[in-house]
Design a protein around this ligand. Structure first.
Ligand SMILES: Nc1nc2c(ncn2[C@@H]2O[C@H](COP(=O)(O)OP(=O)(O)OP(=O)(O)O)[C@@H](O)[C@H]2O)c(=O)[nH]1
Ligand SMILES: [Mg+2]
Length: 394
């Protein structure tokens, strides 16, 4: 990955099977709890009561969530090593294409079945629109694509590849404005990245993958095990830390998450870390008390550094489909989400949901994940995604 010249920038893109709207965690790893934590963190982090999580959540905090931090730099040109070399086995492009193959083959088959041995008319366009909506691309984009396909082609036969090319170019246009790298502010030490999302969306794994990238770039990375509710969650992060060689700040299971956030930031700062990646327990966006806890974590960090967290990443599981829209809305409002990571694009035929989210929420998409491996997460690039989902070559 390239870093930009100011030393601030870094990566830019990435993305499987997920939870249903009602049970966002079926595909959770062994340890994953399906339920969110009940306790709420304490109010006064300076005293850092560590052991006992509190019973009742405080009243909904008054402070507004931090505004999304604007990203500073345009996407850096990918380093040669990072550029997806089309077709090379093991390259990101190959993994992306194969990761999005469920989506692209579903769209490809749909398009072929609409246009094979038929001329374009209102009926075929309507069927095409259905195919695109079923891929979760969103109604607005589906109708834009149909409009483009319809132009000058009435009563003519249409090559499905032409339709795919139009689809790719419309998807790329929709995604280009949100395909922004996650930039690090080098003046912030550490630059704090808070990672949030529903149960099982891929938060901890994504932290490990991002930390591995940063470490490879020479950054000094510290991890904070903010999911204090499950021993297995703490362990999971410790395993990642051990693998990467990054220190993990953890407290006993059941410790107060906001207190941990406070301490972790203080400690990471003392250690001179460049980046602090903070994990959080999964929580459903409709659980008000858990969302309030997230606000509290943010508030408490600000006591150490008023600008922290500098980035708040919402990790979305592509397989949840439309529910990802509501997750983005609620987490965005309550936790000041500054950017998105979409995981598990390899596990769904409806990867178009990313486009629908981009169109609706206009939040930067930093990474997508297409597998469980450490290299299955990459900075998000609109063109690559668009061509892969359309089933075209790089
Ligand atoms: N196929 C696929 N699996 C993924 C991807 N990202 C994460 N996973 C898997 O999804 C499961 C859940 O990942 P975690 O990182 O534990 O999710 P989490 O959000 O931390 O879960 P909680 O802490 O319980 O809320 C694990 O089995 C991961 O390996 C991806 O891009 N593709
Ligand atoms: Mg986790």
């Amino acid at each position: 990955m390239a870093e930009n010249e100011s030393g601030k920038g870094f990566f830019g893109r990435l993305f499987g099977r997920g939870p249903t709207p009602d049970a966002p965690a079926q595909q959770k790893p062994q340890e994953a709890p399906q339920e969110s934590p009940q306790e709420s963190p304490q109010e006064t982090p300076q005293e850092t009561p560590l052991e006992a999580p509190q019973e009742a959540p405080p009243a909904t905090p008054q402070e507004a969530p931090p505004p999304p931090a604007p990203l500073e730099a345009p996407p850096p040109a990918p380093a040669p090593g990072d550029a997806p070399t089309a077709g090379a086995p093991g390259s990101w492009w190959t993994r992306l294409k194969s990761g999005l193959s469920r989506s692209s083959s579903s769209i490809g088959q749909g398009v072929a079945s609409v246009f094979t041995k038929r001329k374009l008319d209102a009926q075929t366009l309507e069927e095409l629109e259905d195919v695109l909506i079923r891929a979760d691309l969103g109604v607005a984009l589906a109708s834009r694509i149909c409009e483009s396909v319809g132009k000058g082609r009435y009563d003519k036969t249409v090559d499905p590849d032409e339709v795919k090319a139009i689809l790719a170019s419309e998807v790329e246009a929709a995604l280009a404005p949100v395909a922004l790298p996650l930039t690090l502010d080098a003046t912030q030490r550490p630059h704090v990245i808070l990672v949030v999302g529903v149960n099982g969306s891929g938060k901890t794994t994504t932290i490990g993958k991002i930390a591995a990238k940063l470490t490879r770039e020479g950054k000094k990375v510290t991890l904070a095990a903010g999911d204090t509710f499950r021993a297995a969650a703490i362990e999971q992060l410790q395993i990642w830390g051990g693998r990467i060689g990054a220190p993990v700040i953890a407290r006993a299971q059941g410790s107060d998450a906001a207190s941990l956030a406070f301490e972790a930031l203080t400690e990471a700062r003392a250690q001179g870390a460049d980046v602090l990646l903070m994990d959080t327990a999964g929580r459903l966006q409709n659980r008000a008390e858990l969302m309030a806890e997230l606000e509290k974590i943010v508030r408490v960090m600000k006591k150490v550094d008023p600008q922290a967290p500098h980035s708040v990443l919402l990790v979305l599981d592509a397989t949840v489909g439309q529910n990802a829209l509501s997750q983005t809305e609620t987490f965005g409002r309550m936790a000041g989400v500054t950017g998105l990571v979409m995981t598990k694009l390899d596990g769904t035929a409806r990867g178009g949901i990313l486009v629908a989210i981009a169109e609706k929420h206009k939040l930067p998409v930093h990474f997508i994940g297409v597998g469980e491996g450490v290299d299955d997460l990459e900075p998000f690039a609109a063109r690559d995604f668009a061509r892969a989902i359309a089933g075209l070559d790089a």
